[in-house]
Design a protein around this ligand. Structure first.
Ligand code: NAG
Ligand code: NAG
Length: 300
């Protein structure tokens, strides 16, 4: 009798511990805003953060602030060297105790390629799912619209026209660092200090591939009516065929994929790349679309 009671008590404790583990805290989420935006704008990243918190009970969501104020964060989206931003964020993630068991990452617009750089260069703490919402993974060739301050936008355009690959501009202007000129692929390869590096254009860094293959899922969202990103196929790793700016190739035809220099082929072959499309302009998805396609599938 006594032994039986002990046993059932043991089972009760066991069941209690097991259920506590099963309900353990959900995987935290790190988000990185796009150009002209900031960590904490209540109408953009602020509302995304609240939405995720509402849908995933008790989740910790960190919206990255690049700099020490909202103004600085917004300006840094134009004028802070991207490689320095990656280093800064890498340190922030490493020193956040809530992220140490791993996190899911959601990058909006240019935040998409920046978080990919984090996955490649900064494997600890581990990134589990990488969700790129309108990121420009093969860069851009054009800046037809630009959100935020129109004076800054004009200035950015002038600098890009003056010479995106000028060292002084490369080292400072964010949009120059993912400028991809299909008429000058050689110059892009040699002089792009950010995109050409993470896309293995100059040398192949095996560590980048190893780290990419640690991802559980790579989710790429493309906006079918995008009027901001040229070409919008960049959101799915496509781009202009070299030497002109009309004909496009898809990720599957790119050497980056066929030679598996970044692990994209392996990721696809193991069913870990998801291509999503939103039939709207840049970042203009609905709340329902976001909940059904992102939150319910990759954050729960
Ligand atoms: C490859 O990338 C890793 C991670 O960023 C870096 O530490 C290493 O220096 C790079 N190797 C080369 C040869 O650039
Ligand atoms: C990529 O993966 C999908 C789904 O697993 C598969 O149907 C498709 O054939 C793959 N693409 C290529 C080019 O291998």
């Amino acid at each position: 009798m006594a032994a039986e009671m002990k046993l059932s008590l043991l089972f009760a404790i066991f069941a209690f511990v097991a259920s506590a583990n099963a309900q353990g805290s959900p995987v935290p989420v790190v988000i990185w805003h796009g150009m002209g935006d900031s960590c904490c704008n209540p109408l953009s990243m602020g509302s995304i953060k609240r939405l995720i918190e509402k849908e995933v009970k008790k989740v910790y969501v960190r919206s990255l602030e690049i700099g020490s104020s909202i103004e600085e964060d917004t300006l840094n989206g134009f004028f802070m060297n991207v490689n320095d931003q990656i280093d800064m964020v890498c340190k922030k993630l490493a020193s956040d105790p809530k992220l140490q068991s791993g996190y899911n990452a959601i990058g909006f617009s240019q935040g998409g390629q920046f978080l990919r750089a984090i996955a490649q260069r900064c494997p600890s703490p581990p990134m589990l799912n990488l969700i790129s919402v309108g990121g420009q993974h093969q860069g851009v060739f054009g800046l037809p619209h630009c959100t935020g301050n129109s004076y800054i936008c004009e200035w950015v355009r002038k600098l890009l026209n003056y010479g995106a690959y000028e060292p002084e501009i490369q080292s400072r202007l964010v949009q120059a660092e993912y400028w991809h000129d299909p008429l000058n692929e050689d110059e892009y390869r040699k002089k792009s200090i950010f995109l050409a590096d993470i896309n293995q254009e100059v040398t192949v860094n095996q560590t980048y591939k190893t780290n990419m293959l640690k991802l559980k899922n790579l989710v790429l969202v493309k906006f079918l009516q995008d009027t901001m990103v040229e070409p919008r196929e960049s959101e799915w790793f496509g781009f202009y065929t070299p030497g002109q700016d009309k004909k496009l190739y898809t990720m599957f035809d790119s050497p980056l994929y066929t030679e598996d220099k970044l692990g994209l082929k392996t990721l696809n072959d193991t069913g870990r790349i998801t291509f999503l499309a939103s039939d709207s302009d840049h970042l203009q998805f609905t709340e329902t679309w976001f909940i059904n396609n992102i939150v319910n599938k990759f954050l729960k």
